[in-house]
Design a protein around this ligand. Sequence first.
Ligand SMILES: [Mg+2]
Length: 260
Amino acid sequence: MKNDLKQTKAFLFDLDGTLYLGNNVFDGVKETLDYIRDKGIKIVYLTNNSSKTEKEYKAKLIRLGLFDKRDIIYSSLDASIEYITEMLSGKKIYAVATKKVAKYLKKAGINLSGKADAVLVTFDTELNYKKIEKANDLIVKGATYIATHPDKTCPKEGVYSPDLGSFIEMFKASSNKYPDIIIGKPNAVMGDYLYKKLNLRREEITMVGDRLSTDIAFGINSGFNTVLVFSGETEKDAYAKSDIKADFALDTVNGIKELI
Ligand SMILES: [Mg+2]
């Protein structure tokens, strides 16, 4: 039966707004993650943020005291690599990405080139005009346009930062085109790659996150169970009015302990 968290064998956790905000881990999160691991349940850190590589995320999660060697880190960048490898094999790719992310893409076998058949736009926190102009040229000339994720803002304390979804609107203004494909949450492309990797049944996988339009929609689109937490973006009154409903809605991730 779906919607029963007692059969969950893997929890997919969104990061910002779900487990922490910036560098502040929410109360009780470490204990909850330990409780889940002690039950033999897999923990996957699932993020749309493609500004960092797996190694950089691992370093952050270790620093925050959250990472255990049994855990998996999976981002929209990893899913994009799988997508390009499968669907655009041998094609040249122009990546709008940080230096570290570009290096990560190369290492994963992606053929990076300025004369490209496809453009991959990531959350490039080193974005500059040269890159914007180059990507726009290629998009207008008809290159396949891939974006890692759709989030318009990236949560941080104070004013949220512009994220890739804002870059997408900029490219729409200059090229009159939206991406041919967006890989990350809420798109099931990322869920399908993860599903294959985990080798579980869909009802044994539970997505936990704070955003309805990305995290919860992703879980629904992927056929996983869903848990909304009110520790981040979603307010309770907004949830009451929303058409997107999770299987469970909890104040924080700590409520999961009573459901497994
Ligand atoms: Mg979040």
